[in-house]
Design a protein around this ligand. Structure first.
Ligand code: PEP
Ligand code: MG
Length: 322
């Protein structure tokens, strides 16, 4: 099996019947890039930038961030890199921000909500990203978008910083795609309207599942409700993919589900364009996808969407594998 995977390192990801998809990696630091390339990653689908802000006494400077983003872009040698802007809050705390304790941190002041209020922090990150953009193929992604208003506001801030940099005579790439994470049900439901304004979506199933099922992703006692294969999740994923494709936009997934061998046949059937996962899952996923037919997976996905329970969906996929 390992020998087969090794052969797949430098080839595109294509289904049995010729449909190409992109297999990307989730990373947390510039040092992770080596492993992405070693495992045949075609892109970075999610660069979680939180590490830059954690384990220190204050926010990182523009220069420090610029250096990190430039390093990732350069090491990826022109391959796409989706950088997610700061997603702090929820389970990830920053002591130096001195935020009050909340009753429901996962429903609270985090990610884009915090960035739109603490624009000093947000603007510094955006400037660093814009300055780094000329060193590779940068895509910027906002986390935890719940409303069109939030997206428009964040985009306005980004464009303001771009204009300021131009006025300072600093070069910025003209080809930066701008997307959002779809990890809140309200955004999945309105995805047809979001699709007119974004360049791409990346579905964050880790949070989308917890918010759809109202099941805290850290709470063992309600873990039985954290169901990636619940048909409601699959229907939301389908809505998002169909909405994007109707506007000619692409859709990725960067939650754990994207690298899950049970989910992959369904996601291929639903038409997902990009799968972003831990680097070690890429070659096994490429091997699996090369053996699937999109036509058959479309039929499988249609059956799964009509199921009533997660157990029925899992049984459906397992039957196909026998
Ligand atoms: C997600 O929510 O699926 C995701 C990829 O983001 P994180 O796990 O960092 O919340
Ligand atoms: Mg998330």
């Amino acid at each position: 099996q390992r020998a087969e995977w090794a052969k797949l390192r430098n080839v595109p990801t294509v289904t049995k019947d010729g449909k190409q998809v992109e297999l990307a990696a989730n990373i947390g630091t510039p040092a992770d890039v080596a492993n992405v390339l070693l495992n045949g990653g075609e892109a970075v689908g999610l660069f979680r930038t939180e590490y830059l802000y954690m384990g220190r006494a204050s926010t990182p400077s523009e220069k420090e961030q610029f250096t990190a983003y430039k390093a990732v872009l350069e090491r990826m040698e022109g391959k796409p890199v989706v950088v997610r802007t700061l997603d702090i809050g929820g389970d990830k705390e920053l002591p130096y921000l001195e935020l009050p304790k909340e009753m429901n941190p996962f429903l609270g002041f985090r990610a884009i909500r915090l960035c739109l209020e603490r624009q000093d922090i947000f603007r510094t990150q955006l400037r660093a990203l814009l300055r780094a953009s000329i060193y590779g193929n940068l895509r910027i992604m906002f986390p935890m978008i719940a409303t069109l208003g939030e997206f428009r506001q964040a985009k306005t801030v980004l464009l303001e910083e771009k204009t300021k940099l131009a006025a300072e005579g600093i070069q910025v790439s003209g080809e930066i795609e701008l997307g959002i994470m779809v990890e809140i049900p309200s955004t999945a439901v309105l995805s047809d309207l979001f699709a007119k304004e974004v360049d791409f979506f990346s579905i964050g199933t880790n949070d989308l599942i917890q918010y759809t099922m109202a099941s805290d992703r850290m709470n063992e006692r309600v873990a039985y409700l954290y169901q990636p294969y619940n048909p409601s999740i699959l229907r939301l994923v389908k809505m998002v993919i169909d909405a994007a494709h109707a506007e000619g936009k692409w859709v990725g997934m960067c939650g754990e589900m994207a690298g899950d061998p049970t989910a992959i046949p369904l996601l291929v059937g639903l038409g997902l364009d990009e799968f972003s996962m831990s680097a070690s899952s890429i070659l096994p996923a490429r091997s699996q996808i090369s053996k699937l037919s999109t036509e058959e997976m479309r039929k499988l996905a249609a059956k799964a969407l009509a199921c009533g329970t997660a157990e029925e969906v899992i049984a459906l996929v397992q039957r196909m594998n026998m």
